[in-house]
Every structure is written in structure tokens, then in C-alpha cells.
Design a protein around this ligand. Structure first.
Ligand SMILES: [Zn+2]
Length: 64
């Protein structure tokens, strides 16, 4: 699925197809494919505000 990220280096906000999204036992996000900035190719990112709401919805929809 696509999630919305913000690059820590150049601040670009971008959608990235991360494949399967899951959560480990402490609720940390795990991605099948980790994003790379479309502009500067950095692997340093964080979830944008929109990305965080996407992940929260996903987490809420998980059973157990
Ligand atoms: Zn960047």
C-alpha cells in the first residue's frame, strides 16, 4: 500500500508504495519495502502528518 512520508534531508513529502504493512508485538510499524526519497534518494524519512493518520487507521483496523 501507499503511505505518505516526509524526507528528513530535503523535506520532500512523497507517497511511496511500501508493499505489506504490519506491526510487531509492541506496535512498531514494519514495512515490506522501505521508502527512498524520490528527490535526494535519502533513506532517512519519517511519516508525514497524513502518513501517521494512515498508519493509525490501519493499526485500529487490525484484530488483536
Ligand atoms: Zn529527500
Amino acid at each position: 500500500m501507499q503511505l505518505n512520508f516526509e524526507c528528513r534531508i530535503c523535506k520532500l513529502i512523497y507517497d511511496y508504495d511500501v508493499g505489506e504493512v504490519s506491526f510487531n508485538e509492541i506496535g512498531d510499524l514494519r514495512l515490506e519495502i522501505y521508502p527512498v526519497c524520490l528527490k535526494c534518494k535519502s533513506k532517512k524519512w519519517y511519516l508525514s502528518e497524513y502518513g501517521q493518520s494512515q498508519v493509525t487507521k490501519l493499526f485500529m483496523s487490525k484484530d488483536g
